[in-house]
Design a protein around this ligand. Structure first.
Ligand code: AMP
Length: 564
């Protein structure tokens, strides 16, 4: 397949704003991709392989500008000047390119992979050389997308869901089958593999997608409600409550005495937690996939604040920090054991199997504290105890025989109850920072407030302006924390009166406590009759570096919270 063909579709997609239309265009492209359907799916998502493989090219705008100058024999300062003006490496590459284009899709993909794999002292030069080589063979429009692909700024605003809809239309003839594809994707978050399976065998091709050792499963998430009574209404078959620990969720895979740890973002974080790897090795069971929360603890085994754990996010001096910040891995689920998948089994069955492999608990590895709960009073008592032990609250888990592990889904089989909920309307949101407003007075020289957005299927819709809750240190580090871009990122939806002084690349997620949700004409979250939803009196709680922007609170969730 020619790269030109794919790029033609990307251009068409860029001019489309309706996600229905996008899925249809994508379906057309997928049908024409035949053997390269996996590559097309990866590139459409801005990935170079499964989302857990973590392949990124490691090319910043600056390096791409160098490659453009080298490929087209231009003066670097001229290229930079144009970039300063238009702020999009893709358009800069397009402007300088004069070629006719003869690239093959497969070659492009392989070369971009080479860029990603280049490492070591001279890697920057090597990456620039590979990209320049590609640009030389490109047509202007191909150059536009090449530059965007390597910097991960595809600008075509679609999400995994749009791609799955496209695949459903193309290879099953019915868009509604997207849900089946989504379930398969949650068990196996590799869009190329899913694409290949449906392209060759339709829905039948997905039947074999189960869990696999060493391949992360998208994590199941919890819903929220307004009152404890609501929890009981939602769980008529009964419930168990577990302490909700405030740490980092980890999915551990063990096979042949090898252990791999995955984060919520599906990154392999084993090197960061060599201590946890050892604790997991001591569990019984030949091979298994388990989940739990890692929490920093003091010498008496009590939970310490989440911030402490962030010091363990490092590449160097890991061993030193293993000693100075010990952790406990609190286990709460089991997804596979000795070659058998447990994700379709009910929570009580999964938990029993989990108890079976934790023969001996220790200070550093134990089961999450759990209790089967009869009524609201008992729930409240257990909740208070959990808070007294330094935790966030409780997670209620349905004891129904239908309570399967719903990978990647925020459903009613798990419901969280946090201390903030007790104080009335207050609730926390995980929002994406998209811009900054310059500060005055004590905050001059940094940003005074941040423009924050909710996630809505590939788009970021602004929902609040956040200025409270930061420490002086955090304020001083703002400039380092956010990546300034010269124009509004395409995927950000903002009202003209809410334009910030500077735009940021949407990459940082913040947890925000809000007092109230209202309708406001100046925010763009789930707009109805010209008014979007807005979070009033927001307060910064912490950075959620463990969450990707696609895992931020969605506009739909905020709508639901507004209505309840
Ligand atoms: P939230 O991030 O507020 O949506 O809350 C859900 C998160 O709570 C999960 O993703 C886990 O990281 C964490 N958590 C802590 N304790 C538990 C538990 N016992 N069961 C499930 N999740 C837990």
């Amino acid at each position: 397949m020619l790269f030109k063909k794919v790029v033609g579709y990307f251009e068409k997609l860029e001019r489309t704003s309706s996600s229905n239309k996008m899925s249809e265009i994508l379906a057309e492209l997928f049908k024409k991709s035949s053997k390269s359907v996996d590559i097309v799916a990866y590139l459409a998502l801005g990935e170079l392989g499964s989302s857990y493989a973590g392949k990124v090219t490691g090319m910043a705008d600056k390096m791409v500008l160098k490659a453009i100058a080298s490929a087209f024999g231009q003066d670097e300062s001229e290229v930079k000047a144009l970039f300063k003006k238009i702020g999009d490496v893709g358009l800069v590459a397009e402007k300088f390119c004069r070629g006719r284009g003869s690239l093959k899709l497969k070659n492009v993909f392989n070369e971009i992979k080479k860029i990603a794999l280049a490492s070591g002292a001279k890697s920057q030069d090597v990456k620039i050389k590979y990209l320049a080589g590609l640009l030389k063979k490109a047509s202007p429009i191909e150059a536009r997308y090449l530059a965007r692909m390597v910097t991960g700024t595809m600008r075509v605003g679609f999400s995994v869901m749009t791609i799955l809809s496209g695949l459903a239309i193309a290879f099953t003839g019915d868009k509604r089958n997207k849900e089946i594809l989504e379930r398969a994707y949650n068990n196996n978050p590799d869009i190329g593999d899913i694409a290949k399976r449906v392209a060759s065998k339709g829905l039948k091709g997905l039947s074999g997608v189960g869990v696999a050792m060493g391949r992360p499963i998208k994590m199941m998430l919890a819903q929220r409600v307004k009152s404890i009574e609501d929890i009981f209404r939602r769980m008529p078959a009964g419930l168990a409550a577990e302490e909700k620990y405030d740490g980092e969720r980890i999915q551990a895979h063990k096979k042949d005495n090898q252990v791999v740890l995955f984060s919520r973002r599906m990154e392999n974080i084993s090197a960061q937690y060599p201590d946890v790897v050892e604790y997991v090795k001591k569990l019984s069971g030949r091979d298994f996939i388990i989940e739990g929360e890692v929490v920093p603890i003091d010498s008496k085994g009590r939970s310490l604040p989440f911030q402490k754990l962030m010091q363990r996010r490092r590449k160097y001096d890991v061993e030193k920090y293993v000693k100075s910040i010990p952790v406990c891995y609190y286990l709460f689920d089991l997804l596979s054991l000795n070659g058998r998948s447990y994700i379709k089994k009910a929570y009580p069955v999964r938990h029993k199997a989990l108890r079976g492999i934790v023969k001996k608990s220790s200070r550093n590895l134990q089961l999450a504290k759990r209790k089967v709960i009869k009524d609201v009073k008992e729930f409240q008592e257990f909740f208070k105890k959990s808070l007294a032990r330094g935790n966030e609250g409780l997670i209620a888990k349905s004891l129904s025989s239908e309570a399967v592990y719903k990978a990647g889904t925020r459903g009613w089989l798990w419901i969280k109850w946090k201390k903030e909920y007790v104080k009335g309307m207050q609730d926390t949101f995980d929002l994406v920072v998209v811009g900054g407003f310059y500060g005055r007075g004590r905050r001059s020289g940094t940003y005074g407030s941040l423009l924050c957005a909710a996630y809505n299927g590939g788009k970021f819709e602004t929902v609040t302006k956040l200025g409270a809750g930061f420490t002086d240190n955090q304020l001083a580090e703002f400039k380092k924390k956010f990546d300034v871009v010269s124009e509004k990122p395409e995927k950000v939806v903002v009202h003209k009166s809410m334009k910030p002084d500077v735009w940021f690349k949407p990459s940082v997620v913040v947890e925000v406590l809000g007092a109230e949700i209202t309708r406001s004409p100046i925010h763009r979250c789930n707009v109805k009759k010209g008014k979007g939803l807005a979070i009033r009196f927001p307060r910064f709680i912490r950075y959620r570096d463990d969450k990707s922007v696609r895992q931020a609170t969605t506009s739909k969730e905020i709508e639901r919270m507004f209505k309840r």
